[in-house]
Design a protein around this ligand. Structure first.
Ligand SMILES: [Zn+2]
Length: 415
């Protein structure tokens, strides 16, 4: 190996801003500046990590998912607890992990996050020190996600302090031949979170909420898996229903916008703030996007489009290169929105892709009433807004690009 050995440590759900803040408080001294790592929509662990590590796509957005072949909802809590058998591995990135918390913790982390975090950190430390010290080591600590969801920012600050201390010890023990790389899978929106009354609203609009779409032709039937308390929703329905469905959703409090496929080469973005069509074009391997405002400006990109136009970066059909869009929207309220939202519906981020995806406003969630009864939320993620979409990546040895898309992270993490 021509590079130093690497300890790769993923912290579930730690937003870029909290890492920048912890550095301002003197933590992670001597590390290089953190990159903004843009998490794909919906901003969820398995989607993010399989993209960042170029691993196989998970079956669905969460462990409760809609199977497009049998046209019914499958999986759920049984997949979530119990033994970690191969059929429960959501993506091949899990095969690359040298350390992850014992499976019962996956659930406990949302009940007793402090205890799980401490036990997890200690166990990781022991196992890392017992591992061969020449090979790379990859660990995933999920306790940070639970701490933020259930307790909020302050306990996470303390957790980052204890982690900084542990990593200083590990650095002293390993020496400079080991590069430590810390990163997260997605960010988090911190603050009070309210439930979106999605099913009630759709029933009122005349839809039938179902677990099975088989034989539903002619009915206005919709399947909406409800699992974690999260800022997006995935809807499955017959194709002819998507347009009306997106329209009916604009009236529901908490919905920012919906997206759905349009004529096999574009997507529609529709929300209370208006509607737009996003076009993608590929010529000689060069990708470009066009933002077509239909009514108003749902993604708040009009000013960016004007800027691109003033600089002569739009062609006569209104397309600009993916790189130019990325450079101008990486810190936008919807980071890299055109590529991110288009790819959410046309690439294999999950195997069973939704017909319509909702991005909720910050401060709202959709999910299972079972979880809603046992936990109260201080933060969540899942939508396409900046706080949830901006994860981080930081190295003790290398200066990384200021902005990195999830699908470009793999060479930096593993190369
Ligand atoms: Zn996560």
């Amino acid at each position: 190996m021509t590079r130093p050995r690497r300890l790769l440590l993923c912290l579930d759900g730690v937003p870029f801003d909290m890492v920048r803040e912890s550095r301002e408080r003197g933590l992670f001294e001597g590390w290089n500046a953190p990159s903004h790592l843009l998490s794909p929509f919906p901003t969820m662990t398995n989607i993010a990590l399989s993209t960042m590590l170029r691993a196989t796509a998970p079956l669905g957005y969460e462990s409760l998912y809609f199977d497009r072949t049998s046209r019914e909802i499958r999986g759920g809590i049984g997949k979530y607890i119990g033994r970690r058998t191969p059929d429960k591995l959501p993506s091949s990135y899990m095969d690359e992990l040298d350390y992850q918390e014992p499976l019962p913790f996956e659930f406990l982390v949302y009940v007793a996050p402090e205890a799980v975090w401490r036990a997890d950190m200690r166990r990781f430390d022991e196992q890392f020190r017992a591992a061969p010290q020449r090979r790379d080591y990859f660990a995933f600590l999920k306790g940070t996600d639970g701490l933020l969801h259930i307790r909020g920012a302050e306990p996470l600050r303390r957790a980052l302090e204890s982690l900084d201390k542990l990593l200083n010890e590990i650095r002293a023990w390993c020496g400079a031949e080991t590069e430590i790389m810390l990163f997260s899978d997605h960010g988090m929106t911190i603050g009070e979170i309210r439930r979106v009354h999605l099913q009630t609203h759709l029933r009122r609009c005349g839809y039938e909420i179902t677990d099975r779409l088989n034989g539903a032709k002619g009915r206005r039937a919709v399947a909406i898996p409800a699992f974690g308390l999260i800022g997006y929703a995935a809807l499955f329905c017959d194709e002819e229903n998507t347009v009306k469905l997106a329209e009916d959703l604009t009236e529901l409090e908490g919905v920012d916008f919906s997206i759905y496929r349009d004529r096999a080469s574009a997507i529609i973005v529709k929300g209370a703030k208006g509607s737009a069509r996003v076009h993608r074009r590929e010529e000689d391997g060069r990708i470009s996007y066009r933002y077509e405002q239909m009514t108003n400006d749902p993604l708040q990109l009009a000013e960016i489009v004007r800027g691109l136009s003033d600089e002569g970066l739009l062609d006569n059909e209104g397309y600009a290169s993916a790189e130019n869009w990325f450079a101008r929207t990486a810190t936008h309220i919807y980071p890299d929105a055109l590529a991110n939202l288009y790819n959410a519906l046309y690439t294999e981020r999950v195997h069973h892709r939704a017909d319509l995806l909702i991005s909720l406003k910050d401060g709202y969630y959709y999910g299972s009433s079972f979880f809603a009864h046992i936990v109260s939320l201080k933060a969540t993620h899942g939508n396409a807004l900046r706080a949830s979409s901006t994860a981080f990546m930081m190295s003790t040895h290398r200066t990384l690009p200021e902005f990195v898309r999830a699908d470009e992270a793999q060479p930096l993490l593993k190369g």
